[in-house]
Design a protein around this ligand. Structure first.
Ligand SMILES: Cc1cc2nc3c(=O)[nH]c(=O)nc-3n(C[C@H](O)[C@H](O)[C@H](O)COP(=O)(O)OP(=O)(O)OC[C@H]3O[C@@H](n4cnc5c(N)ncnc54)[C@H](O)[C@@H]3O)c2cc1C
Length: 490
């Protein structure tokens, strides 16, 4: 089929679905995106509440550096991202330790001098990995063509790519141990906190190569997005429409029509049916399985509730709090105990100059902590009172940790709303509110965009390379390529 005759339906206007849809629309594919909510962005949306515009989940803009996934996407689609580089990525606080995460490692090495060779090695590994993955790494391989492409890239990056091999099956903990750093509790806690937010697991289980990339985020640079992170999704939706496609809101897909190994189209909750030559599901595998009547028995629910969701506080806070803190993004870690569940917080304030986000003299602040969904859904089963009590308990604990580092915070609150895994399930359609992507414990066994249906593909943070805006944009590029390869004559 010629590209211009190809009709593609995208289920979900998260960054993954929008990026894949926009790339295809630019190539001439007729794209229709169906989004259940009345706004785009999913985990990376910005929403209004009273006088504030809060980022729902993602707050830190990454991947906009020259040649980075968002930069390349913008150039290709003619989008001039309204972003501003932030010299300080975020500030880490644990007891009386404060570390500003800049693109240089100088202050971290000054505080942990024995870690210098580790950072040197991390930088070298990350450079090679960025180089190999520029232009969407064909991983996991889908056919002989990918094997050849992957081998070509590895050979092109020799001898550096050969140096990756010993790390491919190592954990971050083993890597730290090789530098004698595994017994430095303060350093390990710092690394664990970084890994939890960017690899969804800690050094005990995180893969060493994933770790090298995860620790590189502040080095690659971070950006604030004018109007909030949701502007990225809105610009992508505009791009699809400019290229002749459509993004339809309030359109929840409830069923996938398939026959044998072919997807035929989708049905929506409001009774519409759309036929398609190709379909992209911007969904977790668990949510996708729920739409698919032809799944083999027992396939739905494969992920069950394992994985991370998030507990959130959306706060209107006095701006002076962040001026005194010297940072708009703070990572606050409790003195002891496993991370997550209100023992680690990521706190992001809307930029001082972004006047549309909060009333004068205030900031719209998003506070998140990793939480396992089981407890929340168990509380819901017990009834509304149990669920509300758990919500209050988490809000109190999150505020207590925030006030440990910013004691004036409690008096600076002008507005407070909390959200839970149940909220995330409603907002994103992700079963159990699993918004964490997949834990990056291994490079093997990760999912790619292909499914058991020839013309049904997945985009989003369930596929390699996983969570984050640059992650899902990289994955979406591969989804679009595979779809064109299988479904069109170029
Ligand atoms: C608390 C939190 C903080 C984060 N912080 C950062 C950060 O600072 N920086 C960063 O880069 N990344 C961050 N991330 C990760 C990043 O936000 C996600 O990896 C990314 O946005 C996921 O995009 P996605 O396309 O996979 O899916 P989603 O964002 O989940 O989008 C899926 C979309 O599909 C729609 N949908 C679902 N089911 C249906 C259906 N049946 N029919 C129609 N539509 C449907 C949903 O409504 C949603 O809009 C964070 C995530 C969270 C949760």
């Amino acid at each position: 089929m010629e590209i211009c005759d190809l009709h593609c339906v995208v289920i979900g206007a998260g960054i993954g679905g929008l990026a894949a849809g926009a790339l295809l629309a630019r190539r001439g594919v007729q794209v229709v995106v169906l989004e259940a909510q009345h706004y785009p962005g999913g985990c990376a949306a910005t929403f209004s509440s009273g006088d504030y515009r809060f980022d729902a989940g993602a707050t830190v803009g990454c991947g906009f550096h020259s040649g980075g996934p968002l930069d390349r996407l913008g150039r290709e689609l003619g989008i001039d991202w309204p972003v501003r580089s932030e010299p300080l990525a975020w500030q880490y606080r644990h007891r009386d330790l404060r570390l500003d995460l800049f693109s240089s490692r100088g202050n971290i090495i000054a505080r942990f001098p024995r870690s210098k060779p580790f950072w040197y090695e991390q930088a070298r590994l990350a450079r090679t990995l960025w180089r190999l993955s520029a232009d969407a790494l064909p991983w996991p391989v889908s056919g002989a063509r990918d094997v050849v492409a992957l081998a070509g890239r590895a050979l092109g990056a020799l001898p550096d790519s050969a140096r990756l091999l010993p790390f491919a099956r190592r954990t971050a903990q083993e890597w730290l141990a090789s530098h004698g750093l595994d017994a430095d509790a303060e350093f390990v806690r710092f690394i664990d906190a970084q890994l939890l937010i960017s690899a969804q697991t800690t050094s005990r289980e995180a893969n060493a190569l994933n770790t090298a990339i995860a620790l590189d985020l502040p080095v690659a640079g971070t950006w604030s997005v004018e109007g909030g992170i949701g502007t990225v999704a809105r610009r992508l939706a505009d791009s699809i429409e400019r290229d002749g496609g459509a993004v339809l809101y309030g359109k929840k897909v409830t069923r996938l029509d398939t026959i044998n190994r072919e997807a035929l189209g989708v049905e929506t909750a409001d009774g519409d049916a759309l036929a398609a030559d190709a379909i992209i599901a911007n969904l977790t595998p668990d949510s996708l399985a729920l739409l698919d009547d032809f799944r083999p028995a027992g396939e739905a629910g494969v992920e069950s509730a394992s994985g991370w969701s998030a507990f959130m506080l959306y706060l209107g806070l006095d701006a002076t709090l962040f001026e005194r803190a010297g940072a708009d993004h703070l990572q606050i870690v409790a003195s002891a105990g496993e991370l997550g569940e209100c023992r680690s917080l990521f706190v992001s304030a809307s930029p001082a100059g972004d006047a549309g986000r909060a009333p004068e003299g205030q900031r719209a602040v998003t506070v998140s902590t990793h939480t396992r969904p089981e407890r929340w859904f168990e509380a819901l089963r017990q009834g509304r009172a149990a669920y509300e009590a758990l919500k209050r308990e988490y809000a109190d604990r999150a505020l207590a940790l925030l006030c440990e580092q910013l004691p004036e915070a409690r008096g600076a609150i002008r507005s407070l709303t909390a959200a839970t895994p149940h909220s995330w399930e409603r907002w994103t359609g992700r079963r159990h509110g699993l918004v964490g992507g997949y834990p990056q414990t291994s490079l093997f066994g990760v999912r790619g965009p292909a499914t058991k249906y020839r013309n049904l593909f997945v985009a989003g943070d369930s596929i390699f390379p996983g969570q984050s805006l640059p992650g899902v944009v990289t994955g979406a590029r591969r989804t679009a390529e595979l779809l064109l390869r299988r479904c069109s004559k170029k």
